[in-house]
Design a protein around this ligand. Structure first.
Ligand code: MLY
Length: 277
């Protein structure tokens, strides 16, 4: 029912080019999605990345799955590709001599976790080993160029993959900007992020693609150029945690993928945050 986005026409209209497929840490052909809703697996807790937790598949779209951590809440669902290295079959952590952990925000007293684990896994639908696909190779260098078109996850609405542009490139990082949206959704990430895809990936993978928005795109002239807005985003971030540009660039690499901010909605957060979001 939703018409397919016409990339060929859009690239012509915007006189732009697609980032070549070799830039991305993605398989040429997306692996099959063998997960089904209600299947259980082990997953890295996105809010506490040293923990492996039990997760349940809540939804399946193309080669991505929507996950919820067992014992957590239903407000922190997250999406992963079926070839994510952060997903493992049930039993993996124990086999490695590790211990499964309660998710951040575990609903019960921590002392009840061992019993909770037994209960949540009893009679559960385990994901088959074949559902876990091997991670793609990491390209050896950041080969992205400013202005190239890509498809990218909207991290604020992570079920969405959208039409996007490389707004800036800095060492191993790229600045992702969303076509037709003012800067609010833009972000820096590593060139080997699993949240960015070549043009045509959604169509080939059976995943919906969000077309460009209508809010003062860069073509209307009402938006500052993306190099400027990426520099602003960086500066605001550094100011907010008192970093010099030098110490900031060292830290950036580690922070970019894992940074979440939890806002108490009663608080005044200052000029860089909107507590209503
Ligand atoms: N409800 C949100 C959705 C925004 C999606 C933006 N992405 C596609 C970059 C809003 O309208 O603000």
């Amino acid at each position: 029912s939703n018409p397919v986005f016409d990339w060929d026409n859009y690239l012509k209209e915007t006189s732009s080019t697609a980032a070549p497929t070799y830039c991305f840490k993605q398989h040429e052909v997306s692996p099959e999605n063998e997960f089904k809703p209600s299947m259980k697996l082990e997953a890295v807790d996105p809010r506490n990345i040293t923990s492996m937790c039990i997760a349940t598949v809540i939804g399946v779209v193309g080669p991505r799955i929507r996950l919820r951590l067992d014992g957590g809440d239903n407000k922190n669902d997250f999406w992963r590709l079926v070839d994510s290295s952060e997903l493992k079959p049930i039993g993996y952590t124990e086999k490695k001599g590790g211990m499964l952990q309660p998710p951040l925000g575990f609903r019960m007293n921590g002392s009840l976790f061992p019993m909770f684990l037994v209960k949540t896994l009893n009679g559960a639908f385990y994901s088959p080993d074949t559902a876990f696909k091997s991670e793609p190779e990491t390209p050896t260098d950041n080969l992205f160029k400013v202005g190239q078109k890509i498809e990218a996850v909207d991290k604020k609405n992570p079920h969405l993959i959208c039409v996007a542009t490389i707004g800036d490139v800095n060492k191993n990082n790229i600045f992702v900007t969303f076509d037709g949206w003012r800067g609010a959704f833009d972000y820096w990430c590593s060139y080997d992020s699993r949240d960015i895809f070549p043009v045509g990936w959604c169509l080939k993978s059976g995943h919906p693609l969000q077309p460009p928005g209508h809010k003062g795109s860069r073509y209307s002239g009402s938006r500052p150029n993306s190099a400027q807005s990426s520099a602003n985003a960086k500066q605001n971030f550094n100011d907010s945690i008192n970093l010099t540009p030098d110490s900031a660039s060292d830290l950036e690499a580690g922070i970019q993928e894992s940074c979440s901010v939890f806002i108490n909605h009663e608080c005044k957060c200052g000029p860089f945050m909107d507590s209503s979001k």
